[in-house]
Design a binder for this molecule. Structure first.
Ligand code: 3EB
Length: 331
């Protein structure tokens, strides 16, 4: 059976454009419609005193690491309120929260709860409604602790507590990745819209919120992907070599990369989009071991030569997994 492609909705705001660029931060901030500029580790956006800038504690593994630039076709306002850095325009909202773990007695669950409470309180107060499409979470020492005591599992519990009732209609697409060098910070940021998107699940994978008990007391709260309101782009959650609920190809990077690719391509088909990844699919690759960088570069050069990507060092929440990929697919 062929699936109908989603018809674009002219009444909804067009998807933000996400680009990887080497242009200086100051120049990006001057461009009309800039909603956010994300820097990776040593790329200096932290110095820019602008709430649209966020510096992520993820080392870039490319020779020159790009910045991620979000743009909308509208005038953008920005500010800081109640612990949230935000920018909005054209029906879109970027909002980010950074929490110092030291303020929470090294309790990552409490940190996550606090971050989500701050964010959800802010989002709830937005006039005209606010629909979170996509959310990113970056935390230190994600795999530290055994079994239920692992920090990622505490993070999952705290996140759900902090969400309160805000996501009762369904979870957004998400990423949760470990920062390889302790930063002392939990960073959570999101993209929201004034209209709802459509949550997409992957038929090859169990929905994460239904994972069985062995993965922790609180299953992870995210959808596999989100078709943005105008149906003109798919936000792809962090995707790893998992089928059903099981990690595949332990310690085999080549096989994990192939499995991730199949998972993402399956997700695109679920969303009614063409399966192929090309120049209209900017991706972020999170790699546990920096020494694997050449193998990943080769995987892209051989199999996905058109795809724009950034290579970052980051830890997947399951310790047997070496790589995770998230990103966008424009229709
Ligand atoms: C997985 O599929 C891999 O906890 O927000 C991917 C995307 C993963 C998001 C999250 C976790 C999260 O279960 C891990």
């Amino acid at each position: 059976m062929t699936q109908a492609r989603p018809a674009p909705l002219a009444s909804a705001p067009a998807a933000p454009r996400i680009d990887y660029t080497f242009a200086p931060t100051a120049e990006l901030l001057c461009q009309p419609g800039t909603l956010a500029v994300l820097g990776f580790d040593d790329v200096d956006v932290a110095g820019a005193d602008d709430p649209r800038c966020l510096s992520l504690a993820l080392p870039g593994l490319d020779v020159r690491t790009a910045r991620e630039h979000w743009r909308v076709d509208a005038l953008v306002r920005h500010g800081r309120s109640d612990g949230v850095n935000w920018a909005s325009g054209g029906g879109w909202l970027f909002a980010g929260v950074c929490i110092s773990e030291g303020d929470h007695g090294d309790d990552i669950g409490g940190c996550a709860e606090q971050a989500y409470r701050i964010l959800c309180t802010f989002l709830s107060a937005q006039a005209g409604g606010c629909h979170v499409q996509r959310i990113w979470n970056y935390l230190d020492r994600i795999n530290e602790g055994e079994g239920d005591a692992e920090r990622y599992k505490h993070f999952c519990s705290g996140r759900l507590r902090g969400m309160g009732t805000f996501f009762d209609a369904g979870f957004p697409a998400a990423t949760a990745i470990g920062q390889p060098h302790a930063s002392g910070q939990l960073t959570v940021y999101c993209l929201a819209a004034d209209q709802s998107g459509e949550r997409i699940e992957n038929p090859r994978q169990m929905s994460a919120w239904r994972y069985p008990r062995q993965y922790g007391r609180t299953p992870p709260s995210f959808a596999r992907a989100m078709l943005l309101p105008a149906r003109d782009a798919l936000a792809i959650s962090g995707t790893a070599a998992i089928t059903g609920h099981t990690s595949r190809h332990h310690d085999d990077l080549a096989a994990q990369l192939a499995e991730v690719r199949t998972n993402i391509e399956t997700l695109l088909v679920s969303a009614g989009l063409p399966a192929g990844l090309d120049a209209a699919a900017p991706l972020k690759v999170y790699l546990r071991h920096p020494q694997d960088v050449e193998q990943v570069a080769e995987f892209f050069a051989r199999g996905l030569p058109q795809v724009p990507y950034v290579l970052l060092q980051g830890d997947v929440c399951r310790r047997e997994l070496l790589v995770e990929i998230d990103g966008w697919r424009y229709a």
